[in-house]
Design a protein around this ligand. Structure first.
Ligand code: NDP
Length: 291
């Protein structure tokens, strides 16, 4: 019997997506390479498909959440998506998203890409949000169902756009995680449990995160001047202390060293000591010598 929505991939995330759809009262078909992972969902009423093609054929809309885009290309190859809508929430690059779009459209299907800004337990909760791009028709038509997962932000017809937004946020996250790991390693090198500093580290990151809009303004206007807050000359001296402390404690500087290198490079490249850290963005831009 036909269902409203199919879910391909029942890993940690796919399972949660399928569960949210069932909780919202949708009729759901699921497929997973390892069939045993579908059992708990089947007990809750999901129909289990024997192949990706069977799942795509069962519903007008298929949500895909597999390990990576190569897996998606493999799973969707020859599924016969004609007249069907595919929403791919697998993480990947913009180019990879465009390739999956081509595959689906080549079969006569409609394609919407997506990026999930949530970990599985957040799905359906107040803090989950998702980026979408590609077919606006699919986005509009299935919006109520997509809202089941979290707040939906549509970023235009280019199927690669959602991945760009997603990866931009992940980039900021991984930079932060790198700093967190370094901070905890440093604490432990002094016999302090990570748990003892975690609260203060969190409060500090929250306070520093508020610099985002001001950083963005400097970057968008190209005016990196700062005469009041934290100039690059001071920050370069500060990060030298961060690295020197790590060395004193025997902690690796591998994660934070490159940031100090970029500060040195910016200072060596001209009269930049009075500007904000934001000037470093020019060393990261396409075409910069450091790329
Ligand atoms: P899991 O590792 O838990 O699940 C991976 C899924 O991919 C499983 O369904 C697995 O099937 C399937 N799979 C892997 N290789 C193959 C293959 N060769 N052929 C067919 N199926 C395959 O990952 P998640 O569920 O956590 O992540 C899924 C996607 O969601 C990823 O792109 C991830 O980046 C994204 N995402 C995850 C978040 C998270 O915090 N978990 C957050 C935001 C996005 P099987 O069960 O058979 O192994």
């Amino acid at each position: 019997k036909d269902t409203e929505v199919s879910v391909l991939g029942l890993g940690a995330m796919g399972r949660e997506l399928a569960r949210a759809l069932l909780d919202a009262g949708h009729r759901v078909t699921v497929w997973n390479r390892t069939a045993a992972r579908a059992e708990a969902l089947a007990e809750r009423g999901a129909v289990v498909a024997g192949s990706p093609g069977e799942a795509v054929g069962a519903s007008p809309l298929t949500v895909v959440c597999l390990l990576d885009e190569d897996t998606v290309l493999q799973a969707l190859d020859g599924v016969g998506a004609a007249g069907r809508a595919v929403v791919n929430l697998t993480n990947g690059t913009p180019e990879q998203a465009r390739r999956v779009a081509e595959l689906v459209r080549g079969q006569g299907g409609d394609y919407l890409d997506g990026g999930i800004m949530a970990v599985p337990p957040m799905i359906g909760g107040p803090h989950a949000f998702l980026y979408y791009s590609g077919s606006e028709r699919v986005f509009r038509e299935h919006r109520p169902l997509l809202d089941t997962f979290g707040a939906a932000h549509y970023k235009g017809e280019d199927p690669g756009a959602a991945a760009l937004w997603d990866v931009a946020l992940l980039s900021a996250m991984y930079g932060m995680f790198g700093g967190l790991l370094h901070a905890f390693a440093l604490a432990r090198s002094a016999g302090i449990d990570a748990g003892e500093v975690a609260g203060d580290v969190g409060a500090w990151l929250t306070a520093m995160g508020e610099a985002g809009p001001e950083y963005a303004r400097r970057i968008d206007t190209g005016d990196h001047t700062t005469d009041v807050v934290s100039n690059l000359g001071m920050q370069a001296a500060g990060i030298r202390n961060v690295l020197a402390t790590a060395e004193e404690q025997g902690v690796s500087t591998a994660l934070l060293g490159p940031l100090a290198d970029f500060m040195r490079l910016r200072l060596a490249g001209g009269d930049h000591a009075a500007e904000d850290l934001t000037g470093l963005v020019q060393l990261l831009a396409p075409g910069a010598e450091t790329v």
